[in-house]
Design a binder for this molecule. Structure first.
Ligand SMILES: *Cc1c(COP(=O)(O)O)cnc(C)c1O
Length: 355
């Protein structure tokens, strides 16, 4: 049976991506070679890298002065590269969940990392607002989508300093104003490609302002200078990313994708709000993620949680068990998740209610 894949990451990819990556692994464009066995300095791979970078620029309308990098080490490596390259005196962090906390912890290695606000008091079920930013911070770091807790910052914030965003789980899910950000980064395995690579979009003029010396592999300027080929890049994940980017372009780009994502999320949130057996863990509509939808059984039905998981799994759903820090359920509704899978989950919830 074809599964409805709600895993949070690694997660569902478009069939287009998987089929074309599989083809390229067998033989890349009549070269007689697999994409896994060509030199990263070959013309073929240089083309793949360039096309992937320019499609990111095209899809997100990236302005002049920015570079796109594909780096190893995942998003977690960016938790350390960001302060290494930007932290001079002080940094500001918005703490909206486990990933944000991890990013903050890495920055604290470099000095005063200020937690400007946190939603930990209510188990990260909302996005804090109305906080003050220290005027002398070198940058402000946010996590736009909190994969574990199901909250999302959907607008591009205006702040009077360099804005850095971890967009691991919502990059390419909506149009955005890249010019508001100094750095946008994300691990690929939520919305783009298999794990093994992170995308980094970076404005060049924010670099070169710290006193410390930076090891080459952690220095964005080195990676920019070498066009993301300072060392051997993760060739296969980048090839897969290129397929996803083509799929997204052919679909009509991120504004069409956003419309689809809004519809899919609304279908599921509406059912959670309607169905007396379930309750969303994020109260405020404006904070609800379109990518990771977290819900639990209502108090009267607490003991049915395992039953629902079993029922859903018997109907082909995988990956809907919630993260242990929230409990209950989490349905990840990334770009590649078809609307039919959301409808199937909604139907499952309705039938479970009847049972
Ligand atoms: C998954 C995730 C990460 C961690 O990514 P890795 O590639 O495993 O390092 C960081 N931030 C967010 C928001 C995530 O969803």
């Amino acid at each position: 049976m074809k599964k409805h894949n709600f895993y949070a990451g690694p997660s569902i990819l478009p069939a287009y991506t998987i089929e074309n990556t599989a083809k390229g692994i067998l033989e890349l464009d009549n070269t007689g070679l697999s994409v896994m066995e060509i030199s990263h300095r070959s013309k073929e791979f240089m083309d793949i890298m360039e096309q992937a970078q320019s499609l990111i620029k095209e899809l997100l309308d990236v302005p002049q002065g920015y570079h796109v990098l594909f780096l190893g080490g995942g998003a977690s490596m960016q938790f350390c590269m960001v302060p290494y390259n930007l932290f001079q005196k002080k940094a500001a962090y918005l703490n909206t969940g486990s990933w944000a906390s991890k990013a903050l912890k890495e920055a604290a290695v470099f000095g005063e990392a200020v937690e400007v606000a946190s939603s930990r008091d209510r188990n990260f079920s909302y996005i804090p607002r109305g906080y003050e930013l220290p005027a002398d911070a070198d940058y402000f770091h946010i996590t736009t989508n909190n994969t574990i807790y199901g909250t999302e910052i959907r607008e591009d914030l205006d702040v009077p300093m360099t804005l850095v965003a971890d967009m691991s789980s919502d990059i390419l899910s909506r149009p955005m104003d890249v010019s508001k950000y100094g750095i946008i980064y994300g691990g690929a395995q939520k919305n783009l490609a298999p794990s093994g690579v992170a995308v980094v979009i970076i404005r060049e003029d924010i670099l070169g302002k710290v006193d410390r010396s930076i090891p080459s592999m952690l220095d964005y300027r080195i990676h920019i200078e070498h066009k993301s080929m300072f060392n051997t890049p993760p060739v296969v994940p980048i090839y897969a990313a290129l397929q996803t980017l083509r799929w997204l372009r052919d679909l009509g780009g991120v504004s069409v994708m956003e419309r689809i994502n809004i519809e899919k999320a609304a279908l599921l949130y509406d059912e959670i709000d309607r169905n007396p057996m379930f309750r969303c863990t994020v109260e405020d509509e404006q904070d609800r993620s379109r990518m990771n939808i977290c819900f639990v059984m209502t108090d009267a039905h607490q003991e049915r949680e395992a039953d629902f998981l079993e029922f859903a799994s018997s109907r082909g759903m995988v990956g809907i068990k919630g993260h242990r820090s929230v409990g209950g359920f989490r349905a990840s509704t990334y770009n590649a998740l078809p609307r039919e899978s959301v409808l199937a989950l909604v139907e499952t919830m309705k039938e479970f209610e009847k049972k």
